[in-house]
Design a protein around this ligand. Structure first.
Ligand SMILES: NC(=O)c1ccc[n+]([C@@H]2O[C@H](COP(=O)([O-])OP(=O)(O)OC[C@H]3O[C@@H](n4cnc5c(N)ncnc54)[C@H](O)[C@@H]3O)[C@@H](O)[C@H]2O)c1
Ligand SMILES: O=C(O)C(=O)C[C@@H](O)[C@H](O)[C@H](O)COP(=O)(O)O
Ligand SMILES: [Zn+2]
Length: 368
């Protein structure tokens, strides 16, 4: 495999994947940029320092903003603090934001860039597996509100994405595994070779020194890039990237964001596989086997496949706020078969509840 892989997102921008690509951050910004705001969580101040040095050496005036870790970064209050900082520092339309962190930071940094002066450039430097294969690519940015996940945001494509695989060395195993959920999602909706790779050695898949990690990253980024290039604003096709997210986002909100995104999406995919079976989208022995494959591949890498059985009303309320809903009609991405995603609109409450029964475990025994 060549040292750096470049995956184009249509004609808009490139995703660079490789060892040491972090140092190229300045080259993605564009010649007219003077000021750069580097946004990062407390856990990544050393890495953000390296980004700052690289930018300073290239002549940029660098400002740094440390934001709260994980989902606590994705609030309108944190975004407002960053807009105040940009105002005080005199950021103009030819200045830029760089997000250095996991998906929470790239979602926040992208949203801040989208709002500032109605849109300035953002370069994303994802540092988690999930950020590299999903969050930093595609231009969905946003924050949460008390009512739900990602309810305020904007489509604001980055000027470029740098996936420096070296930075994954420090990523905790649980966060790597959470990222695998989105990788596996790409396997079910579009690229079954991903499932084969994970199933061939699930133990290795859980480790940052997995020799097939780079291939997994590249395959998942290719899936996302192709979909996003065809339908940036999610008018139709892009919805397939939301596989497992209606139920998964509901878990995240109900659990007060104590579950990792990927963990919740893992259960969400099992839920929607069962929903597909109950509604006849997945039928016969092949359908049964595909539902079982969801549980087996996700569990094999240590992802959860069940959720406590006593939260139905709260989950349903949260699911109704999903962005795929139309009026009072709930809509889901389901499979008609492997890599054959379609939509399911308006299943009955009884069917939705029955699928919950198939992923639910008694609350006293539920474990995450
Ligand atoms: N915009 C999109 O298209 C999109 C897609 C998927 C997910 N998301 C969002 O992404 C978020 C989840 O992202 P995440 O899983 O990356 O979580 P995260 O951003 O919370 O990062 C996980 C943890 O890893 C730490 N970390 C990050 N990089 C590290 C490194 N290299 N070494 C050591 N520690 C490191 C962080 O400090 C954090 O504690 C969710 O908010 C989700 O909604 C967005
Ligand atoms: O890029 C997309 O489109 C996705 O749906 C990718 C998801 O993995 C991601 O979690 C996204 O943030 C969910 O978006 P939302 O529109 O459901 O908030
Ligand atoms: Zn997701």
């Amino acid at each position: 495999m060549s040292d750096v892989t470049t995956i184009a997102v249509g004609d808009d921008y490139d995703v660079l994947i490789g060892s040491g690509v972090l140092a190229r951050v300045g080259t993605l910004l564009g010649g007219d940029v003077e000021r750069v705001l580097v946004v990062h969580p407390p856990t990544l101040s050393v890495l953000a320092g390296r980004v700052e040095v690289a930018l300073t050496e290239q002549g940029y005036a660098v400002h740094r903003a440390e934001v709260p870790d994980a989902e606590a970064a994705k609030t309108i209050g944190v975004a407002a603090d960053l807009w105040a900082l940009l105002g005080r520092a005199g950021f103009t339309r030819t200045d830029a934001v760089v997000g250095v962190g996991g998906g929470t930071v790239t979602d926040l940094a992208g949203f801040v860039a989208a709002g500032w002066l109605r849109g300035v450039r953002v370069v994303q430097v994802p540092t988690t597996l999930l950020g590299m294969v999903d969050a930093a690519v595609g231009g969905k940015t946003g924050v949460n509100t008390a009512e739900g996940k990602n309810l305020v945001g904007a489509f604001h494509p980055p000027a470029g994405v740098l996936c420096d695989v070296d930075v994954l060395a420090t990523l905790p195993e649980a966060d790597l595994v959470a990222g695998l959920a989105e990788v596996i999602k790409c396997g079910f909706i579009a690229d079954p070779a991903i499932l084969d790779l994970v199933e061939a050695d699930p133990e290795a898949a859980r480790r940052t020194d997995n020799p097939r990690l780079r291939e997994l990253i590249e395959r998942a980024v290719r899936v996302k890039a192709e979909v996003v290039a065809a339908d940036l604003r999610e008018s139709s096709l892009r919805e397939i990237l939301n596989y497992g997210h209606t139920f998964g986002h509901a878990i995240e909100q109900v659990e007060g964001y104590t579950w990792r995104h990927g963990e919740a999406i893992s259960v969400g995919m099992v839920y929607v596989a069962e929903l597909a079976r109950l509604t006849g989208h997945l039928a016969g022995p092949e359908g049964e086997a595909l539902v079982a494959r969801h549980r087996s591949v996700l569990a094999s890498v240590g992802l959860p496949t069940t959720y406590r059985d006593d939260r139905w009303e709260d989950l349903l309320t949260a699911m109704r706020r999903d962005k795929k809903s139309r009026g009072s009609t709930l809509r889901f991405v389901v499979l008609d078969g492997l890599a054959r995603p379609t939509r399911l609109a308006g299943p009955s409450d009884e069917t939705l509840r029955a699928a919950y029964g198939l992923v639910g475990t008694p609350a006293t025994a539920a474990a995450n």
